[in-house]
Design a protein around this ligand. Structure first.
Ligand code: 5GP
Ligand code: ZN
Length: 112
């Protein structure tokens, strides 16, 4: 996916502030944080978004959520939100599946 910014981050062509990495997923700080903690967790294999999830590719998505739990534990986050936007109408701007991990402010009123 030559034009995908997240694939370029995975390939090391664009730098990121890495938080976690394993064979299936990469997590890094969002460049434009919407909360004191705003980490993106992405599968290494390109998938446009949550709408494309299927039994044959969902293991990496599950690993993204496991990574969220591990990062939250490591960072001592008792409360956090994990969200993914699918489609322009939901606010998706990067069409490589990613989960936002948000924490560090009151998240009770807003959805993201
Ligand atoms: P979306 O709007 O698609 O749900 O989320 C895309 C997110 O990617 C946004 O929060 C945006 O700030 C972040 N983002 C876009 N480009 C880059 C980048 O080059 N580096 C990092 N670290 N985050 C990015
Ligand atoms: Zn990609």
């Amino acid at each position: 996916m030559p034009d995908c910014i997240f694939c370029k981050i995975i390939a090391g062509e664009i730098p990121c502030k890495k938080v976690y990495e394993d064979e299936l997923v990469l997590a890094f700080h969002d460049i434009n944080p919407q909360a004191p903690v705003h980490i993106l967790i992405i599968p290494k294999r390109h998938l446009p978004g949550a709408a494309e999830l299927a039994p044959e590719n969902s293991a990496a998505a599950a690993r993204c959520l496991e990574a969220a739990a591990q990062i939250a534990k490591e960072q001592g986050l008792e409360s956090f939100r994990v969200v993914t936007n699918n489609g322009k109408g939901a606010g998706q701007t990067v069409f490589h599946l990613h989960f936002h991990l948000l924490a560090g402010r009151d998240l009770t009123l807003q959805l993201a």
